[in-house]
Design a protein around this ligand. Structure first.
Ligand code: SAM
Ligand code: SF4
Ligand code: SF4
Length: 371
């Protein structure tokens, strides 16, 4: 029997854009209803990808019949830069490009160059980063750096080729991802962060081999708890390996000490190897909600602004931009949207348990909004 799965909510009506309570003065933080400032912007530049990671784009759903966004619906680079300028004026200090696979968007370095021209109200360049599956990174690292990219995060879920193939559901050679990581570091996009999503019984046997490989390399390996994003991956709590278990396993092999880091908006807890061989991070999105410090806004490929990874509705900025809104108009819209933000899905999940997932409706997909 075939299953009907509603994918992304970009087919649903966008949310209304509310009027701002007040417009913050330049340099004054824009706060949401829980006092969280707007600091980070993730920009998803495409909903397409050349991998089919089972936890993100299961092939049974993202098959050849799947309708990706047509190119005309995507924000152009100029539109993205115009939106980003407003976000930076309103407090964003860090911009991350993501997808889908962001390096599939043709001439992505042109967008990087446009974003690299932005300045915060204090006159600084916002930090520019990109998350990639690494497949095209060896080829692209140099031009990305030259265009103004500061760092990259590479997703890599296993060292063992068979496990890598099972996680990414592709026949792409993991050795080329490793080459991409080295090319990025050599180009100066360092320190390179390597993100490994851990799924119990699928790739958790790779925790120690990955730790061994990246110890002392200068790259920072981060273990991510498998999350209930979207509605297609069949997520189940039993497949989550709590970060505390990951830390215990690594520490048994190589003693670790906690690194204190109170920076708001930082999601990874940091652990340093006691022997000085660098550090690892753990991102406990499931077992330890960090909504209280969540300062992230997310812009979808066709210009919808989402306030939470688990949101079911976004605000249509593209309509405003293509409707001729000027910078002041976009600022008012952004202020109104952020000031109305109260999202805290992970805290709810922690209280309500995994059943929240079933009750939560059609959440956006990770491959659409980009993590
Ligand atoms: N394609 C790029 C990549 O893989 O790095 C960028 C987009 S991808 C959606 C961004 C991040 O989301 C990746 O690190 C990926 O591992 C992570 N991710 C996707 N689905 C996830 C899930 N269900 N739980 C936890 N992390 C997930
Ligand atoms: Fe593609 Fe990244 Fe999703 Fe994997 S995690 S399917 S590489 S978008
Ligand atoms: Fe932020 Fe939503 Fe994640 Fe909470 S659940 S940390 S609000 S993205």
């Amino acid at each position: 029997m075939s299953r009907v799965i509603f994918l992304t909510d970009h087919r649903q009506a966008p949310a209304q854009v509310p009027a701002p309570a007040h417009l913050p003065m330049p340099g004054e933080p824009l706060l949401d209803t829980r006092g969280r400032p707007l600091r980070d912007l993730r920009i998803s530049v495409t909903d397409r990808c050349n991998f089919r990671c089972t936890y993100c784009m299961p092939r049974a759903v993202f098959d050849r019949n799947h309708e990706f966004l047509p190119h005309r619906d995507l924000l152009t680079f100029e539109e993205i830069a115009a939106a980003a300028r407003v976000f930076v004026a309103m407090g964003v200090r860090k911009i991350r490009l993501t997808g889908g696979e962001p390096l599939l968007r043709r001439n992505i370095e042109t967008l990087v160059a446009l974003l690299a021209e932005l300045r915060t109200p204090e006159g600084r360049k916002p930090e520019l980063t990109l998350t990639t599956n690494g497949s095209l990174l060896a080829r692209k690292a140099g031009v990305l750096k030259a265009a103004g990219l500061d760092r990259v995060t590479v997703s890599m879920d296993a060292l063992d080729p068979a496990v890598f193939a099972r996680m990414s559901d592709s026949d792409f050679d993991v050795a080329r991802v490793l080459e991409g990581i080295e090319a990025a570091a050599a180009a100066g996009l360092a320190p390179v962060k390597v993100n490994m999503v851990v799924r119990k019984g699928v790739n958790d046997d790779q925790i120690l081999p990955m730790a061994r490989h990246f110890r002392g390399s200068g790259h920072v390996l981060r273990f991510i708890e498998y999350m209930d994003v979207g509605s297609t991956n069949g997520w189940n709590m039993t497949e989550v390996v709590p970060s505390a278990d990951v830390v215990a396993r690594v520490a048994k092999a190589w003693p670790l000490r906690a690194v204190q880091d109170e920076e708001m908006g930082r999601v990874a807890a940091r652990w340093a190897y006691a022997d000085g061989a660098g550090e690892i991070g753990v991102i406990s999105s499931v077992t330890q909600a960090f909504c209280g410090g969540c300062t992230r806004a997310r812009l979808s490929p066709e210009g919808r602004l989402f306030l939470c990874l688990f949101a079911t509705q976004g605000h249509d900025l593209r309509e405003l931009i293509r409707g001729g809104a000027d910078e002041a108009g976009l600022m008012r819209a952004l202020a109104g949207i952020w000031q109305g933000r109260g999202d805290n899905y992970s805290e709810h999940r922690a209280q309500a348990g995994p059943d929240l997932t079933a009750a939560g409706g059609h959440k956006i997909e990770m491959s659409y909004i980009g993590g």
